[in-house]
Design a binder for this molecule. Structure first.
Ligand code: XMP
Length: 484
């Protein structure tokens, strides 16, 4: 038997030993991290690419707070690309491709586009993209004739305030303020629509000073892809829609087909950041990095909804996996993302202290308003559903995407073919992502001050772990009291 001598450890097996600290306040601590060479995050947290965790609302909330959302891939290529577009449109210095409508379209059509795209106005343009007017939500909602043309309800060009492309934010703000209007169309040299600055965007920039943004001031977003031939098409559609990061996410990422996909994606989209995983060994990190991964995701069977270790017998306890992989990652200058198994801000601090540059969270974010899915009430308590992407029900959804069948055919096919490696479960409803992240980042900042660390790099250097016994673990939580 080939048996490694060391014991695999996870979060509850250890504590971090307090170190002398000169930090007086948590605000002296920076949680900034480098996800890939081009992408910095103000908070080192990613939301997991699971269908009960990250769609556009979660990705928007994560990026606004300074983290990053990774859109899951268990939807059609068109829908995933549309989700990317939604995030990229949610906030920007300048809306580069404002939604437009032609003057002869009906009020009903304008209303439908605004609802579907979740925008408060459309620029009315002719075929050459010359601006003819602006139509806002109030124009279409108050209009009595649904079939009237947009040109009859819009604010016409003569009454608009416009500016040249390249207008500075401050000058745009003044123009909007002086004219008391909400939208400022930008024109190119030929007088055609070249962009749009909105009051809403200016307010959002003020509200989210630490947001994760690209060079155009748009929120950043990641998109997960698989390793099937059609995933190249998926990646192309997401990149075309503006995705900043592609994440090749496979349960066993240290596999030939993942390595091939990673090198193919790197060659096809050299400027898009590429994350790959999941692995649990330094060899896995090295080979994915050699294939072209800019960052590597670590975690096999650690997730709250994972049963991979039970079903297959494989995995490495998460803290050991992260520490060993991070050592290799630091040697190769490839950031490591600790994915799965964290339940508290203390676990997040431990994963980062073990050498990770960022963490990926599933269940900790699944109970929030921004996670997909409705709330469920059980015995007066509010919950949301979280499910493993290798669970039976997630498999049903995936197969529905591949080939439409009758419900009864799914169950027959599934029972004979699927061996689930994930479960479906309830998590308590947790309110807004912003509030959860505030708690997690507050705990991390406090943890960094216990390590005397102003930065994540100092946390890596200063971290000293101590193994604890079940008695030590018991002592660590609230104990010998009746919780109220
Ligand atoms: P947490 O603990 O944050 O973990 O909920 C999220 C991570 O779990 C992984 N994941 C799975 N692993 N079977 C697995 O073995 C599954 O069905 C499954 N679904 C998600 C994934 O890495 C995610 O980020």
């Amino acid at each position: 038997m080939n048996l490694r001598p060391e014991t695999g450890l996870t979060f509850d097996d250890v504590l971090l030993v307090p170190k002398k600290s000169s930090i007086r306040s948590r605000s002296e601590v920076s949680t900034k991290t480098t996800l890939t060479k081009e992408i910095e995050l103000n908070i080192p947290i990613l939301s997991a690419n699971m269908d009960t965790v990250t769609e556009s609302s979660m990705a928007i909330a994560m990026a606004q707070q300074g983290g990053l959302g990774i859109l899951h891939r268990f939807m059609s290529i068109e829908r995933q690309a549309e989700q990317v577009r939604k995030v990229k449109r949610a906030e920007s210095l300048v809306v580069l491709n404002p939604l437009t409508i032609c003057p002869s379209a009906t009020v009903a059509e304008a209303r439908q586009i605004m609802k579907a795209e979740d925008v408060g106005g459309l620029v009315v343009v002719d075929e050459q993209k010359h601006v003819l007017g602006l139509v806002a939500t109030r124009d279409v909602l108050l209009a009595t004739d649904e079939m009237a043309s947009v040109s009859t309800v819009m604010t016409p060009r003569e009454r608009l305030v416009m500016a040249q492309a390249g207008e500075s934010l401050e000058s745009a703000r003044q123009k909007l303020y002086q004219a008391r209007v909400e939208k400022l169309p930008l024109l190119d040299e030929e007088g055609r629509l070249a962009g749009l600055i909105t009051v809403q965007d200016i307010i959002k920039i003020q509200d989210h000073p630490f947001a994760t943004k690209d060079q155009h001031g748009r929120l950043r977003v990641g998109a997960a892809v698989g390793v099937r031939p059609e995933d190249l098409e998926r990646a192309a559609a997401c990149v075309e829609a503006g995705a900043d990061v592609l994440v090749v996410d496979i349960a066993h990422g240290h596999s030939q087909h993942t390595l091939e996909m990673v090198s193919r994606l790197k060659k096809t989209f050299p400027v898009v950041a590429l994350v790959a995983g999941n692995v649990a060994t330094p060899e896995g990190v090295r080979e994915l990095a050699e294939a072209g991964a800019d960052a590597v995701k670590v975690g096999v069977g650690a997730g709250s909804i994972c049963i991979t270790r039970v079903v297959t017998g494989f995995g490495v306890p998460q803290l050991t996996a992260v520490a060993e992989c991070a050592e290799e990652g630091h040697r190769l200058n490839v950031p490591i993302i600790a994915d799965g198994g964290m339940r508290t801000s203390g676990d997040v601090t431990k994963a980062l202290a073990a050498g990770a540059s960022a963490v990926m969270l599933g269940s900790m974010l699944a109970g929030t308003d921004e996670a997909p899915g409705a709330e469920i009430v059980r015995q007066g308590r509010r919950y949301k559903v979280v499910r493993g992407m290798a669970s039976l029900s997630a498999n049903v959804e995936r197969r529905k995407l591949d080939k439409p069948l009758q419900e009864e055919e799914y169950s027959e096919e599934l029972w004979s073919e699927v061996v689930p490696e994930g479960v479906e479960a309830l998590v308590p409803y947790r309110g807004k992502v912003r509030d959860i992240l505030h708690q997690i980042v507050g705990g991390l900042r406090s943890g960094m001050s216990y390590a005397g660390a102003h930065t994540l790099q100092e946390l890596w250097q200063n971290a000293e772990f101590i193994r604890i016994t079940p008695a030590g673990q018991k002592e660590s939580g609230a104990h010998d009291v009746s919780l109220i």
